[in-house]
Design a protein around this ligand. Structure first.
Ligand code: MSP
Length: 652
């Protein structure tokens, strides 16, 4: 039976403006997932969106949409981006999924019953963009220490989670499981910044935010988004549901890959929640670094927005994935600029890898009519190449298992360099001129194509299109020769295989021209985003309501079936109306405008779901629609020209 591997990314706040930095975590998680699949693991890779909370509530309002309408639109965008990046997830979880909501409610209830969640008064500071609570002493220059934006004072009745109770257990766990939190520097930072001061209980509900999962036993509270969000890692497996097979199969997670700024939620709150639920802890939580531009975090508000779609379009999905995997030291911050991106793409991919494949396939075609041959004509230096080719898979495995992703990719590229040097050493174009050297030429070309086969296998976690293209070019159809383990053996390539030369897999790009191109495209995207935002604000200023909001008003046809004057009230009639399956009373100020006989039997329009209110001691159960306010008031009456419509009919 194959071993399981459960890997997650954070669930993202929905946004249609994901920049290249956002893609880092998901691309890297996909690379790890693909690697594990190739190694024969039964992988479950989950990603998704974190859709509740004040931030979304506000953004939806700005866009004049309900929160659900707002997130629905964006989720499609996100999935499209992941698709373009070749992300192959096994599940996409949304915190608005019914199953997730049910699970979170149950978790909250369990912890409340256990006494790990209790009710008290909260007074503190809240950063909405980060959905984080802070104390005064944690602020930097009065601003949120994470995003440097303003915080708001929050004072409300709240539920609290007893995080303090788990402080010692957490520390002990960290100590006994040194591999649990990585990189180590982040673990030390966490202990210094939070544990050394002592953990406080955390606020886990809000009464001022509607867009969230309600506390099942106290409906005026919604559950704090971070509790809601963290639970995705188990709700997505069916925890506490009738269908918890995946929970049994895949939990505990093998790897939660998260960005450094959200490491503390995962390393501290999440394990404490799991301890409270008596569940085993994930095997590893890894806090990766950020993609930065000149040292600054990529962000639209810093004016350095980098649209991933542009880089994919101008180069290829594999170029982008390769850059993210190789040029960022895993665990640390990594630089991104158009210049670096193009330089690396030209140097590593066009010159080294692309050139190797196109040169070698061209030579096999030219000198051996595209057919793979072999011979015994060896030279000592062949062994250097063959030894490295046989070793590389093992090196890659060690590095990947150790999460040294960039080093793993570098070791594949070292084999590419070695093969290019081998061409220079063996000079096939000179061998081809001498009939007596044909056997040596056959050997050289065999070794080179075999190296390319191995490189291609090893690149499969990182690249999603190119390895298959290479297999086609070097004529490999047999799946056994594409398997991971076959990369450990040199000489599996069959004599007689037909090779076809194709264009360079990574066409070289002209640096200056392409930089301008990419920067201009980014500007256009930024402008478009700004215009859209302005448009949304304009729409909002006009005071429009959404179709959903309109749908809340229950307008119905009703017939006035009885009329009485209200005692001691000059203007009020007490009307009895027929709403189809019920009769109701409505008090209305129509006396100055209509005689009783003018109203009787008229079919009118009423707001049927208006909260009942007492007027002069009479309960008025709805409101009729009329135009005008003071001098002239005209009742909205249905014309009965073409026959009468049934009382109670809904008006759309
Ligand atoms: N919704 C929370 C996560 C909840 S998980 C239970 C969240 N979402 S996010 O959309 O703000 O961030 C998603 C991921 O993108 C985080 O891991 C974050 O670190 C990552 N990145 C955002 N900008 C980034 C870079 N510039 N570079 C690398 N990763 C970055 O936090």
């Amino acid at each position: 039976m194959s071993k399981k591997y459960y890997i997650t990314t954070p669930i993202y706040y929905p946004s249609s403006n994901f920049h290249i930095g956002h893609c880092y975590c998901t691309v890297l998680a996909d690379i790890i997932a693909r690697y594990k699949r190739l190694r024969g693991y039964d992988v479950f890779f989950m990603t998704g969106t974190d859709e509740h909370g004040q931030k979304i509530e506000r953004k939806a309002k700005e866009a004049n949409l309900t929160p659900k309408e707002y997130v629905d639109r964006i989720v499609e965008d996100t999935k499209d981006l992941w698709n373009r990046l070749g992300i192959k997830y096994d599940k996409y979880i949304r915190t608005t999924d019914k199953e997730h909501i049910e699970c979170v409610k149950k978790i909250f209830e369990i912890l409340y019953k256990k006494g790990d969640i209790y009710k008290a008064e909260y007074e503190g500071l809240y950063c909405t963009p980060c959905e984080s609570f802070w104390t005064e002493s944690q602020l930097v220059d009065g601003k949120c220490p994470d995003c440097h934006r303003d915080v708001e004072l929050v004072k409300e009745e709240s539920y609290f989670f007893r995080l303090s109770k788990y402080q010692d257990r957490l520390l002990k766990y960290y100590e006994e499981h040194p591999e649990f939190l990585e990189p180590l520097s982040r673990k030390h930072e966490l202990i210094n910044n939070f544990f050394n001061k002592g953990l406080s209980d955390i606020c886990v509900s809000r009464t001022t935010i509607d867009w969230g999962i309600e506390v099942p036993f106290d409906k005026k509270h919604t559950i704090y988004v971070w509790i809601d969000a963290l639970a995705n890692y188990i709700s997505g497996l069916g925890y506490l549901s009738d269908n918890d097979e995946f929970m049994k199969k895949y939990w505990p997670a093998d790897l939660h890959l998260v960005g450094k700024e959200i490491f503390r939620f995962h390393a501290m709150i999440w394990p404490a929640l799991l301890m409270a639920l008596d569940l085993p802890l994930p095997k590893k939580i890894y806090g990766h670094g950020w993609l930065v531009v000149d040292g600054a975090k990529i962000s639209k508000s810093f004016g350095n927005y980098k649209d991933p779609r542009i880089y994919i379009k101008e180069t290829s999905v594999d170029t982008v994935r390769y850059y993210l995997a190789k040029e960022v030291v895993f665990g640390q911050d990594g630089n991104f600029s158009e210049e670096l991106f193009i330089q690396k793409s030209n140097a590593d991919l066009s010159n080294d890898l692309g050139n190797l494949v196109s040169r070698v396939t061209a030579m096999v075609e030219k000198y051996n009519s595209g057919v793979i041959k072999n011979s015994d004509e060896e030279e000592d230096y062949d062994n250097d190449l063959i030894n490295l080719a046989c070793k590389t898979a093992k090196i890659v495995e060690e590095k990947m298992d150790d999460l040294k992703i960039n080093e793993a990719v570098s070791s594949i590229m070292a084999l590419v360099s070695k093969a290019n040097k081998y061409i220079d050493l063996s000079t096939p174009w000179i061998l081809a001129k001498d009939k007596n050297k044909q056997k040596r030429l056959d050997k050289v070309l065999y070794n080179l194509v075999e190296c390319i086969r191995i490189v291609s296998i090893l690149l499969q976690p990182v690249m999603v299109e190119v390895p298959q293209k290479i297999f086609e070019q070097i004529g490999i159809k047999d799946e056994n020769l594409k398997s991971w383990d076959s990369a450990k053996e040199f000489g599996l390539l069959k004599v007689g295989t037909k090779v076809t030369k194709a264009a360079n897999l990574f066409p070289r790009v002209e640096v200056k021209k392409e930089i301008n191109n990419m920067q201009e495209e980014n500007k256009k995207v930024e402008e478009k985003q700004e215009n859209e935002e302005k448009q949304e604000t304009k729409v909002n200023e006009k005071g429009y309501i959404t179709i959903d909001e309109l749908g809340k008003v229950d307008l119905r046809v009703a017939q006035i079936i009885n009329i009485e004057r209200v005692e001691k009230a000059d203007k009020l009639y007490k009307l009895t109306i027929d709403l189809g399956n019920e009769t109701r009373t409505i008090v209305s100020g129509l006396v100055p405008f209509y005689k009783e006989e003018e109203l009787l039997n008229k079919q009118i329009v009423v707001v049927a779901n208006l909260k009942p209110a007492k007027l002069r001691g009479i309960m008025s159960e709805g409101m009729l629609l009329a135009a005008g306010e003071t001098d002239v008031v005209k009742l909205l009456v249905l014309d009965n020209n073409n026959g009468k419509i049934e009382n109670g009919t809904k008006i759309h």
